[in-house]
Write a protein that binds this ligand. Structure first.
Ligand code: NAP
Length: 255
C-alpha cells in the first residue's frame, strides 16, 4: 500500500516490537508508527538500533530504540522499564524475534541448539510478556510471529518449525491468560525474502519453486506481514483473540 494511503489507527498508542531493526519487525514498527503510534524498537546490536531509529524518525515517526537480546533477562527488563519510563504505558507488544541456528535433521540436532531454539523462539516471548503484563491495560494487544513452517515443519528447519507450532498453542494459552483486557493473536508469515530467509530465497531455482507453492505466484513482502499485524493489533480486530492469521499467499497451511 502507498504510504500516503495508510490510516491512523494507532494515534496515542505505544507499540513495542522485538527484533525490529530490519526485516519483518522493522516493517511492523514502521507501519504502526506511520499509523500514529510511538514505537519502541530493539535488537541485539546498538548500531542496528541507531540506524533503524534514524530511518523511522526520518519518516516523522516517534521512535525509541533500545538494545535487547530477547533471551537476556536484564535487557528484557530494561526494555520494558525504559518504554514505560518514556511513554508511561504499553498498548501493543509484537514478539517477533526468532533463531534458526541449525539445518540438521531433527535427531541430529545438538541439545544446545534445541535449547537455544526453545529459549529464543518460545520462552523469551513468555518472559517478555511477564514483564510487560502489569503495564498492559484494557484494550491492549499482543501479536506473536509464528511461521508457515508451524503447520508442516520443513527439512532443514524442522525444530525451528516445531517451536513455531508451539507459538500457535501459546497464542491460545496467552489469550486465555490475558483476557479480557489484552487480546493475543498470531501471524504466520509465508516466505519473505529477508536476511533470515536468504539461505532459501537467494538461489533462483529454489526461489521460483517457493513462488510456485503460493497461489499468488510471489513471495511475501515485509509490508504484507506488517499490514496483517497492524490489523490484529488495531481496534478493527477488537473481537478477535487467540487466533492465528496465515499470511502466505495461499501456501498450504491448514483448513
Ligand atoms: P531478519 O530480516 O533477519 O531480521 C531479524 C531481526 O532480528 C534483526 O533486526 C536482528 O537484529 C534481530 N534479532 C536477531 N536475533 C535477535 C535476538 N536474539 N534478540 C533480539 N533481536 C534479534 O528476520 P525476519 O525474516 O524479519 O524474521 C522475523 C520473524 O519472522 C522471525 O520470528 C521469523 O521466524 C519470522 N518468519 C520469517 C519468515 C521469512 O520468510 N523471512 C517466514 C516465517 C516467519 P540484530 O542482528 O541487531 O539483533
Amino acid at each position: 500500500m502507498e504510504k500516503t494511503k495508510i490510516g491512523k489507527r494507532f494515534i496515542g498508542k505505544v507499540a513495542l516490537v522485538t527484533a525490529s531493526t530490519q526485516g519483518i519487525g522493522f516493517a511492523i514498527a514502521e507501519r504502526i508508527g506511520l499509523e500514529g503510534a510511538s514505537v519502541v524498537i530493539s535488537s541485539r546490536k546498538q548500531n542496528n538500533v541507531d540506524e533503524a531509529v534514524d530511518k523511522l524518525k526520518a519518516q516523522g515517526i516517534e521512535a525509541l530504540g533500545i538494545v535487547c537480546h530477547v533471551s537476556n533477562e536484564q535487557q528484557r527488563k530494561n526494555l520494558i522499564y525504559k518504554t514505560v519510563q518514556k511513554y508511561g504505558k504499553i498498548d501493543v507488544v509484537v514478539s517477533n524475534a526468532a533463531a534458526n541456528p541449525s539445518i540438521e535433521p531433527i535427531l541430529q540436532t545438538q541439545e544446545s541448539v534445541l535449547d537455544k531454539l526453545w529459549e529464543i523462539n518460545v520462552k523469551a516471548s513468555i518472559l517478555l510478556l511477564k514483564e510487560a503484563a502489569p503495564h498492559l491495560k484494557k484494550g491492549s494487544s499482543v501479536i506473536l510471529i509464528s511461521s508457515i513452517a508451524a503447520f508442516q515443519p520443513q527439512a532443514a528447519m524442522t525444530m525451528y518449525g516445531v517451536t513455531k507450532t508451539a507459538l500457535l498453542g501459546l497464542t491460545k494459552a496467552l489469550a486465555d491468560g490475558m483476557a479480557p483486557d489484552t487480546r493475543v493473536n498470531c501471524v504466520a508469515p509465508g516466505i519473505v525474502p529477508t536476511n533470515f530467509a536468504s539461505y532459501i530465497t537467494r538461489t533462483p531455482d529454489v526461489r521460483k519453486a517457493l513462488e510456485e507453492k503460493t497461489l499468488l505466484n510471489r513471495l511475501g513482502t515485509t509490508e504484507d506481514m506488517a499490514a496483517a499485524v497492524a490489523f490484529l493489533a488495531s481496534d478493527d480486530a477488537s473481537y478477535i483473540t487467540g487466533e492465528t492469521l496465515v499470511v502466505a499467499g495461499g501456501m498450504p497451511s491448514r483448513l
